[in-house]
Design a protein around this ligand. Structure first.
Ligand code: NAP
Length: 316
């Protein structure tokens, strides 16, 4: 059984992979090229791909009978894999749900607080050496405690964000998802996205990416937000119409944005980089040693189950 891991992993994950499997661990941190994806499907039994590895219908069409029988994705989001095309080609797909939840919710809170309280702008001011000192009207931001947050996509991460907002900051929670959820505190279900957007101070996006959610946050939803509203996106860049977001920020339609992900990642438009009221992070959602190790173990647990002929723990 030959295993390909598409990126360097934490040392704990690499050590386990080498101990348990005949593994090739790719040294590049860049996504697999088209050629590498074809080789992955042809020369390996199992591949651990991740974000950016575009296993599209086009790729599967070029390898109609792949040697590879499992794509054990490293990450909960798998919108870079055409799962339907994979299944048609006889390739199972798994992901790493749960391991990522708290860390990603923490990054959502980092973005929410940083944007509302102008932390990025303040940090840049201090670093510039231009800070003139405290005064009563210096850099006034938006208060967070007791405000109202709207969660778009009340799944594992959405609920973890809602919990932090409610229990940590006394915030009133409303949400949209395909179905209402049973949560341990009061949270108002508002299935209409524009209605939700109009009713909140912070709108936090936590849905999966993919064709179904592409541009879910469009000009219409942004126009429904209050002018003091702040948009946070920790989901996938393509869920937000980035051009519409830039327009909404430039015209003062909304007050600010906190982004961990971008529509054409890693390209970040200059217009966003020029705005002080936007917090920009380089897709840090799960970026801690523990979480990346947990994700790696989860991916390898799926590989191990496949090798042993057991049911896959996390099929998608
Ligand atoms: P999850 O538990 O599956 O939750 C997804 C939620 O989105 C569910 O509540 C689902 O609603 C809702 N949803 C799905 N399609 C929808 C649609 N078309 N319209 C409205 N709501 C929709 O997933 P999760 O573990 O919370 O992860 C969510 C996403 O976060 C991942 O797919 C990934 O792309 C992203 N993520 C980003 C980072 C990062 O580093 N920034 C890290 C981890 C994950 P129902 O429950 O009603 O079906």
């Amino acid at each position: 059984m030959k295993l390909l891991i598409a990126r360097p992993m934490t040392s704990a994950v690499e050590a386990r992979a080498r101990a348990e499997f005949d593994v090739e661990i790719r040294s590049s941190t860049q996504p697999l090229s088209q050629e590498e994806m074809l080789r992955a499907l042809t020369d390996f039994d199992v591949v651990v791909p991740t974000l950016g590895d575009q296993f599209s219908q086009h790729v599967f069409a070029q390898v109609p009978v792949p040697r590879c029988k499992l794509l054990a994705n490293f990450g909960v989001g798998y919108n870079h894999i055409d799962v339907k095309a994979a299944h048609v080609a006889g390739v199972a797909v798994t992901n790493t749900p749960g391991a990522v939840t708290d860390a990603t919710a923490d990054i959502a809170m980092t973005l929410l607080l940083s944007t509302a309280r102008r932390a990025g702008e303040g940090e840049r001011l201090v670093r510039s050496g231009e800070w003139q000192g405290w005064h009563p009207t210096q850099m006034l931001g938006y208060h967070v405690t007791d405000k109202r947050v709207g969660i778009v996509g009340m799944g594992r991460i959405g609920q973890a964000i809602a919990r932090r907002c409610h229990l940590g900051f006394g915030m009133n929670v409303a949400y949209q998802s395909r179905s209402p959820k049973d949560v341990e505190f009061t949270a108002q279900y508002i299935p209409n996205l524009s209605e939700l957007a109009a009713s909140v101070d912070f709108l936090v996006v936590a849905v999966p990416g993919g064709a179904e959610t592409r541009h879910l946050i469009d000009a219409q939803v942004l126009a429904a937000m209050n002018t003091s509203g702040i948009l946070i996106n920790i989901a996938r860049g393509e869920v937000v119409d980035e051009a519409a977001l830039i327009a909404a920020l430039q015209t003062g339609q909304i007050a600010g944005a906190g982004l961990d992900v971008y529509e054409f990642e890693p390209a970040v438009p200059q217009a966003l980089r020029d705005m002080q009221n936007v917090t920009l992070l380089p897709h840090l959602g799960t970026a801690t040693e523990e979480v990346r190790t947990d994700m790696g173990h989860m991916a390898l647990d799926n590989v191990a189950a496949f090798v042993a002929g057991h049911p896959l723990p996390n099929p998608v």
